[in-house]
Design a protein around this ligand. Structure first.
Ligand code: UGA
Length: 461
């Protein structure tokens, strides 16, 4: 079996490495972060990802970690580049890391006599492979693509939280290259990896492969901003509910049901960054991307909908205790990157609210952002205790299973703002003040505080 190296051990790099190792491939993971390497070498993972722990334990024998690209190139036949391509402050993509590793890979290839495959998995704007990566690799190695080494773009569609499953069961593989041999070598590897379960493999050139990745993420972001816009409209009409609307339009096969969940806006390390990079690259080539700009703008403003809802429900936020359930950008991850909760908490604090937060995984990351400005609850019930309002910002299963009584029992006023639409409104409106993104609160709810107070009193008696 091929020996494979991975340069850049973030979510994509590490998950892909461990998945290959679990299927018997000898793998070398390279990263420049010494702390991360120490964590990995001691058998721990630097981030939470379902199923990865078990897979890592099983596959340890096939996994090695190093900070040395020369060693990785020398001891493998194929290298996946999986380093980050973050946004610069103006939204355009920062290629520093990828250029740095390409130079190092190129230099290492100079000393290698056998053919070596280079596979770009990092997300890069159109024409980067042909105009930047290919040039660097050829210059540094003094060798030629196709003859001495291969170069392929193989974009990644895995999601955090379901990354292992997505790697084993992708909907599609895209292999972009200008060189037939490189393309066929990678296709062979993936067919071997998937054995009888191979997904559709689409062969194309580098620029299309790069564009497919951006178009994919931009479309997902568009769906989320679209449904959030509809949610904001729903919120103005008595009896309107975005959940009902989304369910119906999702049944139209031309639309489809996924990515139509209204919420506080998309977060994470990818959608926001990729939409901004596509906007930036479009402008650089003289195209004004009106739609993408709107998608981005809707998302920037969406967290404020939650703050506005809190203000309309509680009036003056000064001194009010607000319990935040969930801060990670989505469930099953400890990732806080671009999480809407950050903006929401910041605004609540600016309005004088006292914020107490809980998350099953992401509290340590939250502490790094807010330090002593907020209170960190050990569990969801501690978070709710004596709170004036509870705001749900991540759809963790442990919150989904909560009942109205849990809120009635612990809170000063059982007032809920469901920012993720995790509850059925009908189950909650009778015993709590229940408000949600994309749901117009009716007048009865706004005036049922007395009923709720009495209920709570009865329960405590
Ligand atoms: C996203 C893409 O889904 C992956 O296909 C892609 O490989 C990845 O980016 C990447 O480029 O690396 P990810 O960021 O892990 O994956 O998470 P998503 O599941 O796409 O969720 C992104 C954000 O959108 C989350 O904050 C989520 O809560 C939000 N979202 C998603 C909604 O608000 N509503 C929805 O209906 C779906």
């Amino acid at each position: 079996m091929e020996r494979i190296s991975f340069v850049g051990l973030g979510v994509v790099g590490l998950i892909t490495q461990v998945c290959f190792a679990s299927r018997g491939y000898y793998t070398i993971g390279v990263d420049s972060d010494e702390q991360k390497l120490r964590t990995l070498r001691s058998g721990n993972l630097p981030f939470h990802e379902p199923q990865l722990r078990e897979l890592f334990d099983e596959a340890k024998i096939n996994v090695k970690f190093s900070d040395d690209i020369d060693y990785a190139i020398e001891n493998s036949r194929l290298t996946f580049i999986t380093v980050g391509t973050p946004s610069k402050p103006d939204g355009c993509i920062d290629l520093t890391q990828i250029m740095h590793v390409c130079r190092a890979i190129g230099r290492a290839l100079r000393n290698k006599s056998e053919y070596h495959g280079v596979v770009v998995k990092s997300t890069i704007v159109p024409s980067t492979t042909d105009n930047v990566i290919k040039r660097i690799l050829e210059e540094e190695s003094n060798k030629n693509i196709g003859k001495d080494f291969g170069l392929v773009v193989n974009p990644e569609f895995l999601r955090e939280g379901t990354g292992v499953n997505d790697t084993f069961h992708p909907h599609l593989l895209v292999i972009g290259s200008s060189d037939k041999r490189s393309q066929e070598e990678l296709e062979r590897l993936w067919l071997e990896f998937y054995n009888k379960d191979a997904p559709v493999i689409l062969m194309t050139n580098c620029v299309n492969a790069e564009l497919i990745k951006y178009a994919n993420n931009a479309f997902l972001a568009t769906k989320v901003s679209f449904i959030n816009s509809i949610a904001n409209i729903c919120q103005k009409f008595d009896g309107a509910d975005v959940e009902k609307v989304a369910k119906a339009i999702g049944m139209d096969p031309r639309i489809g049901p996924l990515f139509l969940k209204a919420g506080p806006g998309y977060g994470g390390s990818c959608l926001r960054k990729d939409v901004k990079a596509l906007i930036s690259v479009s402008q650089a080539i003289g195209f004004y991307p009106t739609l993408l700009m709107a998608v981005d703008q809707v998302n920037e403003l969406q967290p404020m909908q939650v703050v506005e809802l809190a203000k309309s429900v509680l009036g003056d936020l000064k001194g009010k205790i607000i319990a935040i359930l969930g801060v990670a950008f989505k469930k099953d991850t400890d990732d806080m990157r671009e999480a809407p909760s950050i903006k929401i908490i910041r605004h609540l604090l600016q309005h004088g609210a006292k914020v107490r937060a809980h998350d099953p995984m992401a509290l340590e990351s939250l502490k790094k952002i807010f330090g002593g400005e907020i209170i960190y609850a050990k569990n969801k019930f501690e978070c709710l205790t004596n709170a004036d309002c509870c705001v749900i910002l991540t759809e963790w299963d442990e919150y989904k299973s909560m009942k109205p009584d849990d809120f009635v029992k612990y809170m000063k006023t059982p007032c809920i703002i469901d920012g993720r639409r995790i509850y059925n409104a009908n189950d909650f409106v009778h015993s709590t003040k229940y408000f949600a993104i994309g749901l117009k609160p009716d007048k009865e709810q706004l005036t049922n505080t007395y009923k709720i107070k009495n209920q709570r009193k009865r329960r405590l008696e």
